[in-house]
Design a protein around this ligand. Sequence first.
Ligand code: HEM
Length: 493
Amino acid sequence: METPGTWALLLVLLLLVLLTLALPRTRGHLPPGPTPLPLLGNLLQLRPGALYPGLLRLSKKYGPMFTVYLGPWRRVVVLVGHEAVQEALEGQAEAFSGRGMLATLDGTFDGHGVFFSNGERWRQLRRCTMLALRDLGMGKREGEELIQAEAQCLVEAFQGMEGRPFDPSLLLAQATSNIICSLTLGLRFPYEDEDFQALVRAAGGTVLGVSSRWGQTYEMFSRLLKHLPGPHTQLLGYLSVLATFAVQQVQRHKESLDSSAPPCDVVDAFLLKMAKEQHDPSTELTDKNLLMTVIYLLFAGTVTVSTTVRYTLLLLLKYPRVQERVREELIRELGASHAPGLRDRARLPYTDAVLHEAQRLLALVPMGVPRALTRTTCFRGYTLPQGTEVFPLLGSVLHDPEVFEQPEEFNPDRFLDADGRFQKQEAFLPFSLGKRVCLGEGLARAELFLLFTTLLQAFSLDSPCPPGALSLQPAVSGLFNIPPAFQLQVRPH
Ligand code: HEM
């Protein structure tokens, strides 16, 4: 006799069959790849939780360009290694400048805001956000002073921990969050502020959620999973903390907007431009686009740089000789009291090399952020239909053995020439490239340099456990590589 469970199972199976029939059919002339199974796509080759290693394994068989199915419906062209990624993202920049899907976040952002939008909407939002950040001092002296001031606050917070081992994650994320909050909202918070801590933790929870094994499963089967209960409710909880905060802040700005004064932050700049364009039917400067841009900036500004600085500190604990060399260079070039500035970078080639090598080794966004073809495009002998999703595997560029000898080793000297001068590497692309290159690259590079050098000038860092026992393996690896938690002790010089 049929039980309700049997009916439910039959219903799910029927649903799956129907959804499989909706497989993408416009094949164009796509690169080869493993044959997808009905309902599962390439699940046998690509396990959630190990998506990136699975894609690297497939590239050994299929080469630098191949097609996979993430679940039954999502067809993706994967690009592996420096040559293929550069040829696409830079060589055919316009065609590869569309944004692909991030299933875990798409429900919330719904194609709005600078990160998730496409076409004319994206062009307007990117221009408006870039101009606002530039006018507020990004890449100029004002921006530098803002970061230097925050770096000093961070030093004081670390001083308060003297002698005791502590996990630096929260403080680092609060420092970088304060920088983006100042630029975007004109606000800075004390580190003890519990609401601020909750906001920063929500950004951290979001990054863990999208990168988790479940997050990767959701990328494959979102059409089905979005209708079922599961861990995405927790992710939505974190996002709603960020969203509630952003809504309040935008409202506060609307109430106090002074159209005769120059804008004090990104939201002001956006609102002023919105007012100017209110009668233009083609404007994309809308409330929803503003809100989604703010949420993304808060998220990216909080998690990316702090995670990278944290990983760099972990490397210095693991390799004490590298820490000594950085400190020797800082003290020799700047002394103990000259606050590091961006102009000092040229005098600190070894420190700069350590920062580059840490970013390279971490490969913060190993699979890149999904792109999509803005038009049907011929590439390397294949015809990729408009809308085809593309994963440019940035980790495979940063660890490309054709460019970086023994890519899995930490070796800052690869960024130095024979005379000890800093030397660029063309394949150093943690911020991606092309028209959709990271919008915060300039800000992120300035933050990384100033936060790291200020901390290292102030303190020696020790690990409570032997360096050999420290692991560098990511605690979570998905959309982001998240380094493991660790404790450190600081001693002032
Ligand atoms: C170490 C720090 C960072 C890294 C490694 C990083 C990396 C990336 C990557 C890989 C992308 C995707 C680009 C593509 O589509 O190919 C991206 C996009 C973006 N990033 Fe960053 N990012 C960092 C910091 C920041 C910061 C601090 C901000 C805040 C201003 C930011 C804002 C953005 C925005 C708005 C986009 C979307 C650009 C667009 O779609 O036009 N990022 N970032």
